[in-house]
Ligand binder design. Sequence first.
Ligand code: SF4
Length: 303
Amino acid sequence: MEPTVTILPASAMPEDRHVLKYVTLRYDDDGIVCTNDDITPEEQALLQYTPTPAPRSKVLLHSCCAPCSGAMVEEMRYLMDLDITIFFYNPNIHPKREYEIRKEENIKYAIKHGIPFVDCDYDSDAWFKRMVGFELEPERGIRCSACFDMRMEVTAAYAVQHGFTYFTTTNATSRWKDELQVNLSGVRAALLYKQQGRDLQFWVYNWRTDAMTRRKYEVSVDEKFYKQEYCGCSYSLRDSNIWHVVADEAEESQEVVDAFFQDANAHFGDANRPKKYQIALQKSTAVFSSRQKSAENIDANNW
Ligand code: SF4
């Protein structure tokens, strides 16, 4: 199949994509953002791992970057024989230069494997609108739920409009992401359309086994993918430079991931967060000022 790159303008996306739908914003006396985010029995049932769709099923794969899509694309395309399209909707990525680097890497990989690619408008204004109030949230906190919700809602809308029965996301493959948060956003986005009688399923699968994680890093090395140093948004850039200094495949070992979040929670998880945040910001600014990132100079990246 001849690979195609389709542009999706922001005008074709849901108009209410900047609006919070599940997490709620409120402040306690100490100023911390709170939410009431209960999971319904219907959502709970849809969160279970489900069987692989039948061969040649159309699956829309939301992709956050080339490194996270590498092993998933191989598995879905060549082992499961699925008819996949990559959907790049990541308005969270900041700055725009970083967004372009991640997207171009992903397009190159899609073309190499003959996979159609949907290139969405850079929609950062809508993303920042939806994240208002969550700026001080730590990674895996409420902001990340809002971020996944937004990306999954736009993916689900495109899936429905273009005849996909299934969609899923490369965010599910990273041990740096909370699997429940990622999958819950997908399930909820699908439910928006199921409730309208549309045939759409968020495909929940275990993409983070040891074998998949190892293969993910092998593909990244083989392809010489640009390797980002932070999750994507400006807030994760700010925060991750404080702790995230590990390299190679070990960076996604369960021990490293657990230790990172234990450290981060100890830092942010108390009433002194605003003061500590100031200290963290000064520290990250000092660390980051001497770094250079480049798609060409792979050695400069944090592998
Ligand atoms: S840390 Fe990552 S998942 Fe969380 S809000 Fe930022 S970009 Fe989105």
